[in-house]
Each structure stands twice: as C-alpha cells, then as structure tokens.
Design a protein around this ligand. Structure first.
Ligand SMILES: [Zn+2]
Length: 379
C-alpha cells in the first residue's frame, strides 16, 4: 500500500487542499482499477464503503492475491468539503462558478478526432490504437497547465484514472435505494456489478448530455468507434456511477457489506484471487435512462408521500400530495402528483419542502419517455 498526498493551491490567499491517493498492488499488473468517492462532496456513503474496501485490499495485497493494480481516491473533492454555510454542508456545486462537480468533464474523443496527426496513425490493431489514444491523453495532461483550483483538482484526478480499465465513481442520491448509471455497451458484460451492488435500477445511457465523469472514460472508446469506424477499437472500459442509497445512509455495518460486495465483484472478475464470500444473486434488469421518470412539481409547498422507496407503481398512481402553503386555503389544499410511467420508485426526498421544478421522485420504468429529451440528468 502506498499513500500519496497531492497538494492543490486554492484560489484564495492561504488556502491549500490535498487529495489523498492510495495504491494497492503492482503498478505493472495487467489491469488497473480506479475508484473514487465524494466528487459530490456532500455524498458520504461511498467514502465509508472505500474505508472498508481499502482494509480488505491491504490484506489481499499482504496475502499476495491482488491480480490488479488498485488506485483509490476516497476523498476526491477536497474543494467541495469547505462549502459549509449556516451549519449545512453543500458539496455538489463549485462555489466560484456554480459548476456541478460531476459535469463538464473533457470530451477527449472530440479532441482526438480533431487531431489529424494522430488520426493518421490509427490502423486495424485495437491494442495499438488504444496505446496511441492513451499516449495522446497522457501528453495532453502533461502539456496542459491548470489555472484554477478546480482545474488543478480535475487534472490530478484525470492523471490517475485516464489509463484505468475500470473507473468506479461512488455517489449517493438524496434518499434512495442502490442504483447504477452505466453505458449500455458495458452491459451485459458487467451486469455482475449491478448484481453485486444489489441495484434496484441499472440505468443505461451512452450520453446523458452533461459530460459526467463516468461517461468520459467509457464514452471515449464508444465515440472513437462511431467517429472512426474503419479502424479497430477496444471494448469500452468499464465505467459507472454507483449510487449508494441516500445522503443520510452512512452506516458502518451497511458500508462494510457494500465493500464486501464490491470486493466479491473483483473476485468474480479474477482481479483478486479469492473465492467470493457469497454467491452471485441477480439484481434488476437494466433499463434505459430515458425510461426513468423524474417526477417534478410545478409549484411550491409541502410534499406528503403516498409511496415508499421500492414501491412498484403504475401510470396514474398518486406518488404524493402537494400541500400548498399559500393561496385561498394555505396548508389545507392538496394537489395529487401522479406517476407518469410504470416502474419502481427508487429515489425520493429527505426534505419535504419543495418549489417549482423540484424532483420529488425517480421511477425506473421500461418505456422511453418523450418528455425526457436528450438531457437526461437531474442536475
Ligand atoms: Zn453525486
């Protein structure tokens, strides 16, 4: 095990940050696995999952059973840890520019396709093309100088993950059951990840429209395949956003089991030479992200739910009543909010005070919803 601290000079006088990076196993192993938690810095369950996972990886390293090189950034967004205002921590948006920390990551495929000198070198050998692409990104990282603290932080993160074969980004929802965002090209090959997570929704989108961190790494190979179909390309790397329940679900026993489940996934994949501790149990079937309804309200008020997490609803079922707090009958008038699809309710709200546009529930259905458009993220 090796721990390195990367320093970041903040944007304000006397402000400094550190990103800790843990490494387990042989750097020259045939497979590199990258995990991070806390990119949305106010999403803490993943940090506790990695706390447990790293104990297991250290033991596996000592036992000589690691077949892969693991790189882990359990506190990937120290910039977001300082956003404490009026005794509440918010870590989803960068305070300086309002950017969602998980949006607007670079589109390397677009940059590479625009570089005619590297495109002229691509041929019909997928491994050679893969090396050319990774060398191109390594060179871009080496020759790009980040200016702001946010750019410096992202630069450090990308340096550690750009050449990984698996990129797992641990998040959580507001109040939710385990679910996954992943590109369809990774399924069914990595359905086992969803199964091991006990996921109730495996949400597939090739490009959800916001430059999410996870989509950069699998999407790179998908986009190159689409843009340059005459050349040979490797299968997209596994890259996924793992949503570990809700923000308040930071419990040691649950996180420990989640870590065991991830460890078992690595055993299933022979990245750790051990038998998994439990048999693989199938979880949900995958569904398209544009079949996932984000139920929003159009006015302010108080939400009184009619459903619980895990409920399976039908189109037209009442999800909640919205109780207006003004108008002709303040705190008395109720307006029902209906499900717009059939599916499982996997995400709800902790705080029940809402305003126009607030998402009060997510329902994983199976039929594409025209209302979802091309920007599929909740933001
Ligand atoms: Zn998140």
């Amino acid at each position: 095990m090796k721990l390195t601290h990367h320093n970041i000079q903040g944007d304000t006088p006397s402000s400094h940050f550190q990103i800790p990076v843990y490494e387990f196993g042989d750097k020259n192993a045939p497979c590199k696995i990258y995990l991070q938690a806390g990119m949305h810095a106010d999403e803490h369950p993943g940090m506790l999952v990695l706390n447990h996972l790293m104990d297991s990886l250290e033991a596996a390293e000592a036992a000589g059973t690691l077949n892969a090189y693991f790189v882990i950034l359990p506190v990937v967004n120290p910039l977001g840890l300082v956003h404490i205002t009026h005794h509440a921590h918010r870590g989803r948006y960068h305070l300086t520019n309002g950017l969602n920390y998980n949006r607007g990551w670079p589109d390397f495929a677009k940059m590479i396709v625009a570089d005619t000198s590297v495109c002229a070198k691509f041929g019909d050998d997928a491994a050679s093309n893969k090396k050319l692409v990774r060398d191109w990104i390594a060179n871009w990282l080496a020759t790009t100088t980040p200016i702001t603290a946010l750019e410096k932080q992202r630069h450090i993160v990308m340096r550690h993950c750009f050449d990984a074969d698996m990129v797992l980004d641990l998040h959580c929802d507001d109040m939710a059951l385990n679910h996954i965002y992943i590109v369809p090209q990774n399924i069914p090959r990595y359905q086992g990840l969803s199964d091991r997570l006990g996921s109730v929704a495996t949400l597939l989108a090739e490009d959800s429209g916001g430059g999410s961190f996870d989509e950069v790494w699998s999407g790179l190979w998908i986009s190159l395949q689409e843009a340059l179909p005459d050349h040979a390309w490797p299968e997209p790397v596994l890259s996924a956003t793992l949503e570990y329940r809700g923000q308040a679900d930071v419990y040691d026993d649950i996180a420990k089991q989640d870590a065991i489940n991830l460890y078992d996934f690595f055993c299933d994949e022979d990245l750790i030479a051990s038998a998994p501790s439990t048999p693989l149990m199938p979880a949900c079937a995958p569904t398209a992200l544009n079949a996932c309804e984000i139920v929003r309200v159009t006015s302010s008020g108080l939400i009184a739910y009619h459903v619980s997490l895990g409920d399976v609803v039908k189109t037209g079922d009442i999800i909640a009543d919205l109780i207006s707090l003004d108008g002709t009958a303040p705190a008395r008038e109720r307006t029902p909010i209906y499900a717009g699809t059939d599916g499982i309710v996997f995400s709800m709200l902790q705080s029940k005070y809402v305003w126009p546009g607030t998402s009060i529930a997510k329902i994983a259905g199976t039929s594409a919803l025209a209302s979802r458009g091309t920007y599929l993220l909740e933001d």
